[in-house]
Ligand binder design. Structure first.
Ligand code: SAM
Length: 212
């Protein structure tokens, strides 16, 4: 138990040394037990700063990527956040630790069911569904923030429409090999956009993403 706690603390120091500055984000990552979100054979690698395989041929993102994207999203406590690509549920748990009201969509039923069960067991307040997240989740829109954890060929229009005034969308955009992280802030009808870093994500597959 102590070993895991120490490994988690070391990971937070690694993230800090790689440039993550937001203490709220670091604290949230320091609370989530990543070993519970990975496949059992990879549990001993849970606190390495690396992406790891999860069910359905997908991956749990590298902790640095989770921290960086969350820092860019900069969610307020109690903000309403939509995540596209639930995967293991780890990013959703980090957002819940930040006090956000989290809505998350996953296209693979296996991952949706597993992550829902785990998040419930851990007591995280997260609403989830299985479906194509490229069209968003209109029922609960608008969102203060939308975070997409798979790579899109372009920004899906429905996600822009479902952003609240002052809301922010964080999404990797590019080809299937490398992407830039696009950060879009909506103010009235105006969209302010900046691109940061080179990243590598699994593809966003769906109506407004890559084709199956
Ligand atoms: N946020 C995840 C975590 O914390 O484990 C990382 C997930 S992985 C990098 C990206 C996920 O996006 C995969 O589980 C994949 O199945 C999912 N995905 C891809 N296209 C999707 C879509 N159109 N709608 C919902 N989920 C999608």
């Amino acid at each position: 138990m102590n070993r895991l706690l120490n490994e988690r603390k070391d990971l937070i120091e690694t993230l800090r040394s790689k440039g993550i500055r937001n203490e709220r984000v670091l604290k949230a990552l320091g609370k989530v037990e990543r070993q519970l979100f990975v496949l059992p054979p990879f549990a001993r690698k849970a606190y390495e700063d690396t992406a790891l395989p999860i069910a359905s041929g997908q991956t749990i993102s590298q902790p640095y990527t989770v921290a960086f994207m969350t820092e860019q999203l900069d969610p307020k406590s109690d903000g309403k956040i939509l995540e596209i690509g639930t995967g293991s549920g780890y990013q959703a748990a980090v957002l819940a630790e930040l006090g956000c009201r989290v809505f998350t969509i996953e296209r693979h039923m296996e991952l949706h069911l597993q992550s829902r069960k785990l998040l419930e067991q851990l007591g995280y307040r997260v609403a989830s569904k299985c479906g194509d997240g490229t069209v968003g989740w209109t029922e609960f829109s608008p969102y203060d923030g939308i975070i997409v954890t798979a790579a899109a060929p372009q920004v899906p229009d429905p996600l822009i429409s479902q952003l609240a005034d002052g809301g922010r969308l964080v999404i990797p955009v590019g080809d299937t090999e490398t992407q830039d992280l696009r950060v879009i802030t909506k103010t009235g009808e105006t969209l302010e956009q900046r691109d940061v870093h080179g990243f590598k994500f699994v593809p966003l597959i769906g109506k407004m993403g890559w084709e199956r």
